[in-house]
Ligand binder design. Structure first.
Ligand code: PMT
Length: 219
């Protein structure tokens, strides 16, 4: 077996779903389990990379030989990713990052019948971590995911360009049994200069190995 191009490379992988607090007991979140990102982290570590796994709210077991950085919110994830970015060779953003957060976070639980109502919550936009990295990148290889429910490849192409990524891994999150919080996934890999690669439904651990091998050939 030939040695992986990822050997001794610094790889940052994000996983899980960010949570944006409304008050101490409520938040805006999503269904990401972290399984896809954790599987990628394990596969990258097996390929010999130095892996930092920035993980939002996942209950997955820590992969072997990986530095784990737990975060809660999108802003915390951005700070953690940016702290690593200058010395990073590859970034893989598998996390589901909340696009919006409440404008105000209450420091006490809002009571259902109190004058402070939660019937309307004003949201503000979160930073787009991947797009910001796309603007800053020097030699880093940037991999994003695209979670789509329609027009999978077209929207993935749009994200590749809009975020200045080198590769986008698109998954159809409307299909039962793949995508969020399942053990399996099915993806189409899009990049600017290469033909698309279709990886049919398989366990996330198997797909992660294939994706890491593919990334290793492209860096
Ligand atoms: O965690 P699992 O349960 O295993 O599920 C895996 C997954 C479905 C979450 C994963 O495969 C996946 O698709 N992750 C990306 C989810 C997502 O937020 O996709 P998006 O199309 O909204 O975002 C596009 C890309 O921009 C992603 O790489 C995302 O990490 C990044 N992003 C998005 C918003 C934001 N504010 N900042 C970002 O960096």
């Amino acid at each position: 077996l030939s040695e992986s191009n990822l050997k001794n490379k610094n790889v940052v992988i994000t996983a899980g779903g960010t949570r944006e607090a409304i008050d101490p007991v409520r938040y805006i979140g999503n269904n990401s389990s972290g399984k896809m990102g954790y599987a990628l982290a394990q596969a990258a570590a097996y390929a010999g990379a130095h892996v930092t796994l920035i993980s939002a709210n996942s209950h997955q077991p820590k992969p072997n030989g990986v530095k784990l950085v737990p975060v809660t919110t999108a802003k915390e994830m951005q700070t953690a990713v940016e702290a690593e970015f200058a010395k990073t060779d590859v970034v893989i953003m598998a996390a589901a990052v909340a696009d919006y957060r409440p404008e105000e976070t209450f420091d006490h639980k809002i009571k259902k019948d109190s004058a402070e109502s939660l019937e309307k919550i004003t949201l503000v936009k979160n930073p787009d971590i991947l797009a910001t990295l796309g603007q800053q990148k020097q030699n880093q290889f940037l991999v994003g995911f695209a979670a789509e429910t329609t027009e999978l490849e077209a929207f993935a192409q749009t994200k590749l360009k809009a975020k200045n990524a080198d590769m986008v891994i698109a998954n159809d999150v409307s299909q039962a049994g793949i995508g969020f919080n399942s053990d399996e996934n099915a993806v189409v890999v899009i990049s600017a200069d290469e033909a698309k690669v279709v990886l049919p439904k398989a366990p996330k651990t198997v797909l992660a190995q294939k994706l890491i091998e593919l990334i290793a050939t492209r860096i």
